[in-house]
Design a protein around this ligand. Sequence first.
Ligand SMILES: [Zn+2]
Length: 60
Amino acid sequence: MIMDKKCEIVRDLLFGYKDNTLHNESKKLVEEHLKTCENCNKIFQDLKEEENNISSEKKK
Ligand SMILES: [Zn+2]
């Protein structure tokens, strides 16, 4: 599988995107990419799920 250069960039930004710490320009780049890239979308979903698991454990 060939790794798209854009995927690399977006994956670096995903953490910031999830935490909502990105500048508008970077945010837009991630959003646009997630619409078209299943792989990065999956990674983003995993990131979000991981965080949900962690925060629900904290509540216990
Ligand atoms: Zn991608």
